[in-house]
Each structure stands twice: as structure tokens, then as C-alpha cells.
Ligand binder design. Structure first.
Ligand code: SF4
Length: 313
């Protein structure tokens, strides 16, 4: 049986960046937002205060072991997970620690809400790729979709992302997630487009609700509407997961099927097909393991858009 890591998950295939070794440096669920579409649970700790959640050396040691001893194959080492990763005041030290033993690029997936803090911008300056999100460029829509900590103001967040663009030499891919009727009006799109033009990101990725969201009334945009938005935005805009990139999953590294499933579901709801393609276990084995976990009460099933998702209870 392979060692279970405390701070790492995967590598998992990501729609945005290929195969990704996830690093989770927060206590679940700690975030500056409580987004209506979040795939995790409701935010337990809504905060803008940074802190040290776990000893950074322990985290660096795990990553080092996974890369240099297990020799896992991954396209990126990615900070993401149980909330907003820049809430950890250790993220800069950990990124620099990773750079001492590997050339594998480091990505930070952030909601961008703390980039107005100079120390946050400094901390992630050595990452190779930063994916900030900005779902709304109008204050009213921002509050409806992201439900931020009361101290956060949209203008300040936008300025923080713009300041980071000026200081940072790596790639910035802006992500926008649309929820039907919340941030997809003509005014919303015009304001988002104006922000994109001001920012000049290397790429813009559009997304919509695909997995069971926190609020059940968070509805997806149709594929047609998303493509209309792509046309309106033009240039470096794509729909996440439509870049045509193939992901090589590798082996399942000797986890049992139940362990592999729980590892994936710790991060997000998945279908049996997601689990099958990620873990490399055959479909029958996955179905049987899902049934076992479901009977034990470890996981629950939820239907959405004609698909059956599993999530940890
Ligand atoms: S979607 Fe991301 S930013 Fe929004 S509440 Fe969930 S973890 Fe936080």
C-alpha cells in the first residue's frame, strides 16, 4: 500500500492544466469567499487574515518525497484545495522550497481576493503560473456569486490583480466561472471584458457549473451561451477543458480502489467515469468499490444534469 500523504493529493487530471499534483495547505474549509457554486462545503472560516496552518517544512518534505522518491509524473505542482491558498502565510516559503529540488512548474489557483496585499503578491512571485479568478466585475454580481468576507471590496481586488500583472514575470490565466442569471448579463460581460483588456492576461478560461454546487439553484450556462461569450471576448479566451489537450494518467500507485476513490472525493465530487479515467482501475472495480463505500455510508450520490456524482458524506 502506498503511503498516504497529509498535504498532497493526486496527481489528478485538471481541466485547466493537465496532470496536477495538488498541495493543500489549509484547514478545511478556510476561504475569503463563500461562493454559491463552490464544490466544497460551506466556508467554515470566512476570513481575510493570513496565518500558518501547518509547519511549512513538513509540507516541503512531503512534496520532496513525492517527487524525488516516488517519482510521480505530473505537469504541475499546484496550490489549491480546501479554500483560498494565499490565506497561508507560508505559501512563499513553500514555493521557494519546492524550487530547490525540482524544475516541475508550480501553479497557484487563487480567487485573487488578497492580491491587494503586497506580501501576498510577493509570496507567489516565484510561481510559474498563477490562475486568479474574477467571476464578476460589477459589485452587485460579485456579492451575489462570491459572497465575500465583508472587508473585501471589488475595486481593491481588481487593482490587486492589475498590480500583480505588472510585478509578475510568469503566466497569468484569468478564470471566470459563470452562473446563469447571476453574472452573465450584458452589463456583466461588458465590465468583465473591460477588465480583461486592462489586465492583458496570457489566457482567459471560461467555466460554468458542472459539479454539484453548494447552492442547488446555481445553474450552468448552456454550451451555446458559453461559446457566444467566447466570440464576444475574442482573442485569448477559451472554455476550460476545450483546449484539446490529452492527459496521460499514469498508474494508480498501488492505492486500493477505495483509497483512490476517497483521495479523489476529498477534493471534489466525481462521477464513476472521472474516477475510472483518473485512477486507471477498471470500470467494474470502481463500480464495486463505490457500492461498498456507499453501503458503508462513507460517500453519498447526487444527480446533476443527467450525471451521477459521488461526494464524501
Ligand atoms: S469556489 Fe473557491 S473561492 Fe469560492 S468558496 Fe469555494 S474555495 Fe472559496
Amino acid at each position: 500500500m502506498t503511503k498516504q500523504y497529509k498535504y498532497l493529493y493526486g496527481p489528478v487530471p485538471s481541466r485547466r492544466i493537465g496532470l496536477s499534483l495538488g498541495v493543500d495547505i489549509l484547514k478545511p474549509k478556510t476561504c475569503t469567499f463563500n461562493c454559491i457554486y463552490c464544490q466544497l462545503k460551506k466556508t467554515d472560516t470566512l476570513t481575510t487574515e493570513r496565518q500558518s496552518f501547518f509547519p511549512p517544512d513538513e509540507i516541503i518534505d512531503e512534496i520532496r518525497e513525492r517527487i524525488t522518491v516516488d517519482k510521480v509524473k505530473t505537469d504541475y505542482i499546484t496550490f489549491s484545495g480546501s479554500g483560498e491558498p494565499t490565506l497561508s502565510q507560508d505559501i512563499g516559503v513553500i514555493i521557494d522550497g519546492i524550487k530547490e529540488f525540482t524544475d516541475i512548474p508550480v501553479a497557484v489557483i487563487t480567487n485573487g481576493s488578497l492580491l491587494w496585499k503586497e506580501e501576498v503578491r510577493q509570496d507567489i512571485l516565484h510561481a510559474d503560473l498563477v490562475i486568479p479568478s474574477l467571476d464578476a466585475a460589477l459589485e452587485e454580481s460579485f456579492h451575489k456569486i462570491n459572497r465575500p468576507h465583508p472587508a473585501l471590496k471589488l475595486d481593491k481586488i481588481k487593482q490587486g490583480i492589475l498590480d500583480f500583472r505588472k510585478e509578475y514575470q510568469g503566466q497569468i490565466w484569468l478564470e471566470i466561472l459563470f452562473v446563469a442569471g447571476i453574472n452573465d448579463s450584458g452589463r456583466d460581460l461588458d465590465a468583465l471584458l473591460a477588465f480583461i483588456e486592462q489586465l492583458g492576461p496570457d489566457k482567459v478560461q471560461l467555466n460554468t457549473v458542472e459539479r454539484p454546487p453548494l447552492e442547488k439553484n446555481s445553474l450552468a450556462l448552456s454550451s451555446r451561451t458559453l461559446h457566444e461569450i467566447v466570440n464576444k471576448f475574442s482573442g485569448r479566451v477559451e472554455i476550460a477543458g476545450e483546449s484539446g489537450r490529452k492527459i496521460d494518467i499514469g498508474d494508480n500507485e498501488n492505492l486500493t480502489p477505495e483509497e483512490a476513490i476517497m483521495e479523489m472525493l476529498r477534493r471534489r465530487p466525481c462521477t464513476a467515469i472521472d474516477i475510472n479515467s483518473t485512477t486507471g482501475f477498471g470500470r467494474d472495480i470502481i463500480v464495486k468499490a463505490l457500492d461498498t463505500l456507499h453501503e458503508k455510508g462513507s460517500i453519498i450520490k447526487e444527480a446533476m444534469y443527467g450525471k451521477e456524482y459521488y461526494r464524501i458524506k
